[in-house]
Design a protein around this ligand. Structure first.
Ligand SMILES: Nc1ncnc2c1ncn2[C@@H]1O[C@H](COP(=O)(O)OP(=O)(O)OP(=O)(O)O)[C@@H](O)[C@H]1O
Ligand SMILES: [Mg+2]
Length: 308
């Protein structure tokens, strides 16, 4: 498949001398939902700002829909909608005027029906005549999305779209974003709510200290890097992991009432059968057992820590 966004050897050193991006290579495909995850200061906004033409790269190239973002800026930018991380909007203007203006900026003919649909989809229609300064924080964030969609872009960047948005509206926004992806819009989002990436993204990229340290399908990522745990609820308390079980990755929990076995899902054998046999031999009885899998959040934290 041909990538809709192609990033090659992209680096950015700010005037301060700080290198925010180090030779980033990344392809994004049409219609996918891609989540870019990384800790504060990792370079997410810098990367997005370069692709959207707000920040100049130091080296490297980016094409959007086949257009070079430097040489062919207008054609590249036309295809892109950006929901910026920072809320800065014209306080005195009305919602309606502001969103229509955003559309006009890209030279698109007026289309009131389309703008109405966007505002309705974002539950902003009843606020269309309100001045922006009278909106709540969550409404302002939805307004940013409406503005980004006003010129019907094929590629939508959402930089922390749901920061400060309440749970119910966040779910509405996820639905809206999924709906856009279904119509063929390519979505790239950054988020600190890892659950959001887990819910939404097909692929995940992890960026740390200006470097992409991993790009992987979400399902594969969870399968490859996820660990599973087996928790045994013991009949009798233990004060320590018995010597005979030293070669298992075991931990005592619940004040000696629980034995937690962590195993690798990628290995051919889980070791569970051997562990249970060993427990039996040592006459350690349990009343119940359960398994759990690591979340994307745990995987993310371990990845970023490993790279620190
Ligand atoms: N205009 C600038 N001049 C100098 N340094 C900058 C500038 N903008 C960003 N930086 C630095 O570049 C690094 C990356 O910043 P960036 O905003 O891209 O991070 P981020 O991943 O978006 O973080 P967050 O999750 O907090 O939004 C940070 O160390 C930041 O201080
Ligand atoms: Mg940012």
């Amino acid at each position: 498949m041909h990538p809709i966004i192609s990033i090659r050897d992209l680096s950015k050193t700010y005037e301060s001398g700080f290198q925010a991006l180090k030779s980033v290579n990344l392809d994004i495909y049409k219609g996918e939902i891609f989540a870019l995850l990384g800790p504060n200061g990792a370079g997410k906004t810098t990367l997005i700002s370069i692709i959207c033409g707000l920040v100049n790269p130091s080296t490297g190239t980016v094409t959007a829909g086949g257009h070079d973002i430097m040489r062919d800026y207008r054609a590249a930018r036309e295809q892109i909608g950006l929901v910026p991380q920072e809320i800065t909007t014209d306080a005195f203007e009305s919602v309606w005027a502001n969103v229509n203006y955003s559309r006009g900026l890209f030279g698109k003919p007026k289309n009131h029906d389309f703008v109405e649909k966007v505002l309705r989809d974002l539950s902003l229609w009843d606020k269309k005549d309100s001045k922006i300064m009278t909106l709540s924080g969550g409404m302002k964030r939805r307004l940013l999305i409406a503005k980004a969609l006003a010129h019907e872009p094929d590629i939508l960047f959402l930089d922390e779209p749901t920061a400060g948005v309440d749970v119910e509206l966040r779910h509405d926004m996820w639905r809206l974003i999924r709906g856009l992806a279904e119509t063929g819009v390519t979505i790239i989002l950054t988020t600190h709510y890892i659950v959001e990436a887990e819910q939404m993204a097909e692929r995940v990229g992890v960026i740390n200290h200006g470097e992409i340290i991993l790009v992987e399908g979400k399902a594969e990522l969870m399968r490859k890097l996820g660990k599973k745990q087996l928790t045994l609820e013991l009949h009798a308390e233990l004060t320590a992991v018995p010597d005979g079980l030293a070669d298992f990755d075991l931990e005592l929990a619940g004040e000696g009432r629980k034995l937690v076995y962590t195993y690798d899902t990628q290995k051919e054998r889980t070791g569970i059968t051997r562990l249970l046999a060993e427990l039996n031999a040592q006459q350690i009885r349990f009343r119940d057992l359960s398994t759990s899998e690591s979340s994307l959040e745990e995987i993310f934290v371990s990845l970023v820590k490993r790279d620190a």
